[in-house]
Design a binder for this molecule. Structure first.
Ligand SMILES: Nc1nc2c(ncn2[C@@H]2O[C@H](COP(=O)(O)OP(=O)(O)O)[C@@H](O)[C@H]2O)c(=O)[nH]1
Ligand SMILES: [Mg+2]
Ligand SMILES: [Zn+2]
Length: 287
């Protein structure tokens, strides 16, 4: 390894990380004065006097996007340069619509494109599940219908995710590991098992690459909270409400009391789903 080179942080532990340069994964210490996370592009130089190949991180390249979570009361970035958030919607266990709405707000706040992956299409979902599919499909959000189990639809989503860096989010049991494993051709489930047995002592975030698909797997996504978003940020995730709100009679309409409120009007006409409206109100009153 010569001089300064740019690599990608593909594995991140608390004190160290692996930086990939071409096909090499080079261990580096995480600098104390810089916040480096999985997905970051970094400049590294070889460490002097070391027998094994090791690198020293000098700088990080400016991030295109960053995903943040609240950690001990502070916002902390946990993944960088994610371009797509794939939200899983599954019939069993049924994904609550509030989970999807939350992630649509988070995607909008981070400037990252969301897509919805309806998984387990080999199972017949109940009415509530079908209703959820209809709501999000009619909002015009990119949607894929797949079965992680049979593999149906996976090649379509694989093609779509080429040249993108994706993070899968979903309730436990919705099929994140199954789908990611099949797309990447590795077994992520086994890895999780290892982690729970303490084989990996610190929680690790990884970026997996297969052909042109990049998938980030990070425990950070579990602690993401919605409560800290401003009403404006929340509204960005509710596109249809944002649009309807433009036609409310009063500029400072709170979309609750109803006088001249076009949002409430559209809800009563069935043009805006009640669940979307209710979640919007609950998110904006949750600061
Ligand atoms: N019937 C059916 N089961 C699935 C499908 N995808 C995943 N599963 C099962 O759902 C369970 C949870 O999957 P997993 O990938 O571990 O979910 P995760 O918790 O989101 O990572 C496992 O028993 C999987 O075999 C699918 O498309 N159809
Ligand atoms: Mg899993
Ligand atoms: Zn209104």
């Amino acid at each position: 390894m010569e001089k300064v080179q740019i690599g990608r942080v593909v594995e991140f532990y608390s004190n160290s990380c692996l930086v990939e340069i071409r096909e090499f994964k080079i261990p580096c210490k995480t600098p104390k004065d810089q916040d480096i996370v999985v997905g970051d592009f970094v400049e590294i130089v070889p460490l002097q006097d070391s027998l094994e190949v090791k690198g020293k991180i000098l700088n990080k390249v400016q991030r295109k996007t960053s995903l943040k979570r609240f950690h001990r009361g502070k916002k902390k970035v946990f993944a960088a340069n994610v371009t797509n958030i794939a939200i899983l919607l599954s019939p069993v266990p049924l994904t609550p619509k509030i989970f999807i709405d939350k992630w649509l707000v988070l995607s909008a706040a981070a400037g990252i494109d969301p897509l919805i992956v309806v998984n387990k299409i080999d199972l017949t979902g109940d009415e509530e599940f079908k209703e959820a599919c209809n709501i999000y499909e009619s909002l015009g959000i990119k949607m894929f219908k797949v079965s992680g189990k049979s593999g149906e639809g996976l090649s379509d989503i694989g093609r779509f995710l080429e040249n993108k860096t994706t993070i899968f989010v979903g309730k436990s049991g919705s099929g994140k590991s199954t789908i990611s494993s099949k797309l990447l051709g590795i077994n992520l489930k086994t890895k999780e098992l290892n982690k729970s047995k303490g084989v990996h002592t610190t929680s690790v975030s990884s970026l997996y690459v297969k052909d042109k698909i990049e998938i980030i797997d990070s425990p950070g996504v579990r602690d993401i909270e919605i409560e800290k978003f401003s009403p404006d940020e929340v509204l960005k995730g509710f596109f249809e409400i944002r649009e309807a709100a433009l036609s409310c009679k009063f500029k400072n309409c709170n979309h609750i009391n109803g006088v001249g409120c076009n949002v409430i009007d559209q809800v009563s006409k069935g043009n805006i789903a009640e669940s979307r409206y209710n979640n919007y109100i609950s998110f904006t009153n949750n600061e």
